[in-house]
Design a protein around this ligand. Structure first.
Ligand code: HEM
Length: 133
């Protein structure tokens, strides 16, 4: 039923099951380990609340991929474009975000069909969040 990736429906159906709740948290942790030392993204994130930022992204992804809905309960409707409005999200920032995420996915050995579809989904959201030419 899920996971075929063809024939319409949710393009990330089955990804949550394939990567697992713990796997997803590990990916987000690996992403945030790279953020503070990144010359472009590091300064954008709250140095005093990286643990909170990690939790917000992990909760969002779990919720969006069909797992635990805690994000909705704690943060409300995502409104991600609005929540990224304070930051300069240009092509360079978007590409760097995806670079760090790809490295995190590599580190956590997320591979195959789930990797492809998760990365495509994240790339689409990242493009949607660009707010500068
Ligand atoms: C395109 C490049 C991106 C940049 C430069 C960027 C930057 C940021 C920054 C600086 C924050 C604030 C950190 C915090 O305190 O939570 C943030 C929050 C967040 N970002 Fe991104 N982000 C990008 C892409 C994405 C993508 C692709 C997603 C989802 C797939 C995402 C989901 C989130 C979420 C869920 C939050 C927390 C929102 C909240 O509840 O307040 N971001 N982002």
């Amino acid at each position: 039923m899920n996971g075929a990736g063809a024939g319409g429906g949710d393009p990330v159906a089955g990804v949550y099951e394939a990567v697992g709740a713990d796997g997803l948290r590990a990916v987000v942790a690996a992403f945030y380990r790279r953020v503070p030392t990144d010359d472009l993204l590091g300064p954008m994130y709250p140095a005093h609340d990286l643990v909170g930022a990690e939790e917000r992204l992990a909760d969002f992804l779990a919720y969006r991929l069909g797992g635990d809905p805690r994000y909705l309960e704690t943060r409300g409707h995502p409104r991600l474009r609005m929540r990224h409005a304070p930051f300069v999200v240009d092509r360079a920032a978007r590409d760097r975000w995806m670079e760090l995420m790809a490295a995190a996915l590599d580190e956590c050995a997320v591979a195959g069909d789930a990797r492809e579809r998760l990365e495509a989904f994240l790339g689409d959201v990242a493009s949607f969040l660009m707010n500068r030419a």
